[in-house]
Design a binder for this molecule. Structure first.
Ligand code: ADP
Ligand code: AMP
Length: 214
């Protein structure tokens, strides 16, 4: 089961990818999480990625593709994976399609979580993340049991650096220019399903599992 999640930043890809990964017992792979953990550890990769992320830009394809291919070559990916935030450009999608084809396999499902830009800005302003385990909450819509504290590991929740309003607008612009064309790409491969991401998270998840189990 190889699944990719498409959608604007803040559409709910990570929230749904985690639920998919738990239900089907496959790894949830987020290139954004990989970059953030490298930034936290101060690695050269993290330092390079941070320059782009802070400006709301995409990290260059060669670097991003390298870390993604390295991750999906690990043993735990043998039965599939759910990719969250990759691919984000047509060249990234082409490399992924080719690499998977070399193994005699293919990407099975592409899910587009569709949320209009106005709602995105509200969602990202209220997003709070756990810097330790990566869990994501929202101050209005998906609250932790105790305000400001991660339900899963008890760490203090933070506002991501790139969730500031001016960076969010830049990320949305980059999404429309560089990532939205992937919807067409996967639609032509006949594996795309668009779900209404404005519904509550359980309803979105039901629409997704209905597609995965059809
Ligand atoms: P992405 O991974 O696409 O950037 P997230 O999964 O981090 O998006 O979700 C963005 C924000 O919206 C988070 O604060 C999350 O808790 C919240 N969120 C996710 N899904 C929903 C939903 N269906 N309804 C309301 N808020 C949601
Ligand atoms: P995310 O956590 O998916 O919202 O990603 C946060 C940031 O990491 C993005 O705004 C990009 O700067 C960078 N990033 C994550 N995934 C990719 C990717 N596939 N290609 C390029 N940059 C990425």
């Amino acid at each position: 089961m190889k699944i990719i999640m498409l959608g604007a930043p803040g559409a709910g890809k990570g929230t749904q990818a985690k639920m998919i990964a738990d239900k089907y017992n496959i790894p949830h792979i987020s290139t954004g999480d990989i970059f953030r953990s490298n930034i936290k550890e101060g690695t050269p990769l993290g330092m390079e990625a941070k320059e782009y992320m802070d400006k709301g830009q995409l990290v260059p394809d060669d670097l991003t593709v390298r870390i993604l291919l390295d991750r999906v070559s690990k043993d735990d990916c043998r039965n599939g994976y759910v990719l969250d935030g990759f691919p984000r450009t047509i060249p990234q999608a082409e490399v992924l399609d080719n690499e998977v084809a070399k193994l005699g396999q293919k990407i099975d499902y592409a899910i587009d979580v569709n949320v209009p830009d106005e709602a995105i800005v509200r969602r990202m302003g209220g997003r709070r993340c756990c810097p330790k385990c990566g869990a994501t909450y929202h101050i209005e819509y998906i609250r932790p049991q105790k305000e400001g504290i991660c339900d899963e590991c008890g760490s203090d929740l933070i506002l991501r650096d790139d969730d500031k309003p001016e960076t969010v607008l830049k990320r949305l612009e980059v999404y429309h220019q560089q990532t939205q064309p992937l919807i067409d790409h996967y639609s032509k491969l006949n594996i795309l399903r668009t779900v209404d991401g404005t519904k509550d998270m359980q309803e979105v998840f039901e629409a997704i599992t209905e597609y995965l189990e059809a």
